[in-house]
Design a binder for this molecule. Structure first.
Ligand code: ZN
Length: 62
């Protein structure tokens, strides 16, 4: 099994604590410093997290 790396910056848990994410049956990891990216700019992660560009749409319904 390959080591988890942060979705955004690619650091491993050797470098920084990683939070694991479950998404569509897969497990991903992200570090606390990149978590705001996932929250506020998920489209940036869409290449690595298919569908992330749509997370925003739900939050911004008025
Ligand atoms: Zn990171």
């Amino acid at each position: 099994m390959s080591e988890m790396t942060c979705l955004n910056c690619g650091r491993t848990s050797q470098d920084i604590p990683l939070l694991s994410l479950s998404y569509r049956g897969e497990t991903y990891a992200i570090c606390p410093q990149c978590l705001p990216v996932l929250i506020h700019k998920p489209h940036i992660l869409a290449q690595k997290l298919p569908g992330a560009e749509y997370f925003d749409a739900v939050n911004h319904e008025h």
